[in-house]
Design a protein around this ligand. Structure first.
Ligand SMILES: [Zn+2]
Length: 105
């Protein structure tokens, strides 16, 4: 079953405020827009940069999902994406989470 073009639900460690514990929640992730890629994250960690967000040393909008140093598989691509294809493995320090939204219960 393909998930391309559909909103998907994922578990994420959401940080609602600086210096507070993470909250493990289900979030919805929209399909990628033009020039965006949606990646199925296989593994990630919390790096020093993320810790700066957690500790409030780096301004950030909340809620936020940190963990930009990840490895995963390209799940789907938005219009105009030509450098990767669904199914490719990828890792990057520059993941930018742009299309997530908190699920409303
Ligand atoms: Zn980092």
């Amino acid at each position: 079953m393909t998930t391309a073009g559909k909103v998907i639900k994922c578990k994420a460690a959401v940080l609602w405020e600086q210096k507070k514990p993470f909250s493990i929640e289900e979030v919805e992730v929209a399909p990628p827009k033009a020039k965006e890629v949606r990646i199925k994250i296989l593994a990630t960690g919390i790096c020093r940069t993320d810790d700066h967000v957690v500790e409030g040393m780096w301004p950030s909008k909340f809620p936020v999902i940190v963990g930009h140093e990840a490895v995963g598989i390209v799940e789907s691509i938005g219009e105009g994406v030509t450098t990767v294809k669904p199914g490719m493995r990828t890792s990057n320090h520059k993941f930018e989470i742009t299309s997530q939204r908190k699920q409303h219960n």
